[in-house]
Design a protein around this ligand. Structure first.
Ligand SMILES: [Zn+2]
Length: 381
């Protein structure tokens, strides 16, 4: 009853993977997608997110009215990839796509784009029931969900849908943590390390005392904390007067996230206050910047977006386990704007490494599931 064109799906994926689209440089890919979606009868628009984040294109928003009256369904994926992602030479052996080994493949998230395009082509060719579709193809997901954060939500009417941006095609991610980002700058005082160390205040030593007090890594089953970057000092013979420390905390529980964040802040405050007591002057001094990166995704097991995916999976004889993720995605941001999207997988493996791969069979599975989701949704409405 539905004929997915595996060769076309493979060809589309290869083409997409061959178009460079590092974060903030998604312009060429955006134009390719816009053209293809227009050929499929979509109204397309590019929003202003690109100029807000300093990129060469905005998010691509595409609408198709479908062939049935139904509530609009949002489908989303991101255009951008991480480095090294320029000049990807796609290999295909024994049903599996890889890069040539010197770049990522970009299955994250171009496999999702290929799956969505193939599902739409297949729906149109086979007159499969389909309600209005709203495609949101974001920029700069990999550098802090920036496209989703600056999306023109005035162009979106859908209140539920799916983000295709994870590994397992037989799971649905309904939970993801909230995340805070923090940056501390400890100001000490420079002095010659050999001639007059007593005149200096060592910012690196103070930072070390603070960090040594922290509980890092996995704090409990739903909470993590990391110091990811430390930068300071100029030379071995200078007492360093500045150190910058960046990190993050995540939790599926908002209260725990606030607790962990407060503990991190307090460790830095105490270390610097103790330093000031010792020096008896205005230095050392602490500057801090704590920001909410994204809020948690928490979709109830009974939500229609879950039921729909599970029913579709059942129809095609496939599993669909509810899962939770340790990472944020555009779905976290959409939820903050009242659009409930669960995250579905396409089969991508070892993402963000030069060993990234994806099996065509998994992309076919994801396409089949997506078509079934769209069909059931249209027929039920
Ligand atoms: Zn991704």
């Amino acid at each position: 009853m539905k004929i997915i064109n595996g060769d076309r799906l493979a060809e589309t994926f290869k083409t997409l993977a061959g178009i460079d689209s590092i974060s903030k440089e998604e312009g060429a890919l955006c134009r390719w997608l816009q053209q293809r979606l227009q050929e499929l009868g979509f109204h397309t628009a590019v929003d202003q997110a690109g100029s807000k984040v300093g990129g060469n294109t905005g998010n691509l928003i595409a609408h198709w009215r479908g062939n049935r009256a139904a509530a609009p369904l949002l489908l989303s994926a991101h255009m951008d990839t991480v480095e090294p992602g320029r000049g990807v030479k796609v290999q295909f052996k024994e049903g599996v796509f890889t890069s040539a080994g010197d770049t990522i493949l970009g299955a994250d998230d171009k496999s999702a784009l290929a799956v969505m395009l193939e599902a739409i082509s297949c729906i149109q060719e086979n007159h499969i029931p389909c309600g209005p579709l709203e495609l949101v193809i974001t920029i700069c997901e990999e550098i802090g969900l920036l496209g989703a954060k600056h999306l023109d939500y005035g162009q979106i009417t859908a209140r539920m849908g799916y983000v295709l941006d994870t590994r397992n095609p037989q799971a649905i991610i309904t939970r993801a943590p909230s995340s805070n980002r923090f940056e501390f700058r400890i100001h000490g005082k420079a002095a010659h390390a050999g001639a007059a160390p007593e005149r200096g205040i060592n910012a690196i030593a103070l930072a070390s005392k603070a960090i040594a007090q922290l509980n890092l890594g996995r704090i409990d089953s739903e909470t993590t904390c990391n110091i990811g970057l430390i930068e300071g000092g100029l030379a071995t013979n200078i007492v360093p007067d500045l150190v910058v420390i960046k990190g993050e905390a995540r939790s599926h529980d908002e209260a725990k996230l606030e607790q962990v964040t407060a503990a991190v802040v307090s460790a830095f405050e105490q270390a610097v206050a103790a330093g000031r007591q010792q020096s008896g002057e205005a230095l050392p001094m602490l500057e801090k910047d704590i920001q909410s990166d994204f809020r948690r995704l928490f979709i109830d097991a009974g939500h229609p977006v879950v039921a729909l995916a599970q029913q579709a999976a059942q129809h095609i004889g496939q599993r669909m386990d509810m899962a939770s993720s340790g990472g944020g995605s555009d779905a976290n941001v959409f939820a903050e704007h009242g659009i409930i999207t669960a995250v579905l997988g396409t089969g991508m493996e070892n993402v963000h490494t030069v060993n990234e791969s994806i099996a065509l069979a998994d992309m076919l599975r994801a396409t089949n599931l997506l078509i079934e989701i769209i069909r059931i949704h249209a027929e039920r409405s």
